[in-house]
Design a protein around this ligand. Structure first.
Ligand code: MG
Length: 414
């Protein structure tokens, strides 16, 4: 797709800012955007991959690009088309996300730093589609009130407006939350009995507890159904990912933790479900392909053909479900406990998880050490201290957790 704005024949194409364009979510989002001429890529941002961002810039001719790593940005100058604005640093994400020509911001970046552009984009009246887990796990108490405020403004004019719902403004890209969102279309939240988050169970679903200490990064990186980045693949193997998703669901759908169940479903076809007060369950099924939930977040409330293969029930033949084992996968329990404690605990949890996974991949923490580190961080940093943390508090807390656990000897928390 080539899309220089000066020759754009359709003034109604929606402008997209893609934050994290060189990552797994970013590249799949571009795949979706390639197939949909109703969007125009106007801004691309990445961390430090100048070569890939340059290639994307030559392909999409965005108005602006940014690298958050100020050192890497020097390499970018010769790689982007003339006329493309080049920005650097974390603040550049805010500038891209709030541009006048941007309607929709897709957030594929990781880390608590992504909270600032999300909040700035919502404040500026942009729709945000996010795959960033910190958005809700650390900042749900900041982000959801803004999305609700935006939705209330639309509801006052037209209750049938798709943007009259907070989910119209803060759109989940995660497959589970997308499935719940899709299952809730046409329903009232007050008739929801439970949310049912499905989990593949990861590669160690049937591994005995006494074999966990010998798990290597190479084995943990082999996910049975999904193709994803390294961090989320390890999170799927520990079920920490599902724990974080429970917390996200609590904020997105405004339900209590006791109303959110996790069910192991190894085929990853039922992406999640909702049970209503009459006992009925509605679920969304699809091929395990992130381009499906990414596309729904972009086109909501519309559907259109997808580059992903269609689901085929006869070919699938069977779908299995079972209860999770929180004894072998304690991260699930720890995440719920953090959720009940509040935003300080969930912010500590997600920062600690980043540290724990990095240490596991680097070989300085064994697999069972990951949940132990999570629990230690929640215990040490998660106690509520009166007011909920604001954005600056969250950034400081994130740094404190990293400093405390990044190089700690196992004895410090084991
Ligand atoms: Mg997920």
């Amino acid at each position: 797709m080539s899309s220089a704005s000066s020759t754009d024949p359709s003034p109604r194409r929606r402008g997209v800012a893609l934050l994290g364009s060189t990552g797994s979510i970013g590249q799949q989002a571009l795949d979706v955007l390639d197939a949909d001429p109703s969007f125009r890529v106007v801004a691309l941002a990445a961390g430090r991959n100048a070569a890939e961002l340059g290639a994307q810039a030559r392909r999409y001719s965005p108005a602006a690009v940014a690298l958050t790593d100020p050192d890497a940005v020097r390499e970018l100058a010769g790689l982007v088309p003339a006329g493309t604005t080049i920005l650097a640093g974390a603040d550049a994400l805010i500038e891209l996300a709030t541009r006048d020509d941007v309607d929709l911001v897709v957030v594929g970046t990781g880390g608590v730093v992504s909270l600032r552009p999300v909040l700035a984009a919502l404040a500026a009246g942009k729709v945000v589609a996010t795959a960033n887990k910190e958005t809700l796990v650390a900042g749900g108490h900041l982000v959801m009130p803004l999305a609700k405020e935006r939705a209330a403004g639309r509801a006052a004019v037209d209750p049938a407006d798709p943007l009259a719902s907070p989910l119209g403004w803060l759109r989940p890209i995660d497959s589970e939350h997308s499935a719940i969102w899709q299952s809730l279309v046409g329903e009232r939240l007050s008739t929801v009995a439970r949310l049912i988050l499905t989990a593949s169970g990861g590669p160690f679903l049937d591994l005995p507890a006494d074999a966990f200490a010998a798990i290597t990064p190479e084995r943990a990186l082999r996910h049975p159904t999904w193709s994803m980045g390294a961090k989320i693949t390890i999170d799927s193997a520990t079920l920490a990912n599902k724990g974080l998703e429970v917390i996200e669901a609590r904020w997105l759908y405004d339900v209590g933790y006791e109303q959110i169940d996790v069910v192991i479903h190894p085929q990853s076809v039922v992406h999640s479900a909702v049970q209503f007060v009459d006992g009925s369950i509605k679920a969304q099924l699809g091929t395990p392909d992130m381009r499906l939930p990414i596309q729904y977040a972009l086109t909501y409330p519309d559907r259109r053909p997808s580059p992903a293969a269609p689901a085929d029930l006869v070919a699938l033949a069977r779908l299995d479900f079972r209860a999770p084992d929180t004894a072998r996968f304690p991260a699930l329990r720890i995440a719920r406990e953090a959720g009940v404690l509040g935003p300080r605990a969930t912010a500590a949890l997600i920062a600690a998880d980043d540290v724990a996974v990095a240490r596991f991949l680097a070989g300085s923490l064994d697999f069972p050490g990951i949940p132990r580190l999570l629990e230690a961080a929640v215990t040490r940093f998660g106690t509520p201290t009166g007011a909920d943390p604001d954005l600056d508090d969250l950034v400081a807390l994130d740094a404190d957790v990293r400093a405390a656990f990044a190089t700690a000897a196992m004895g410090a928390f084991a």
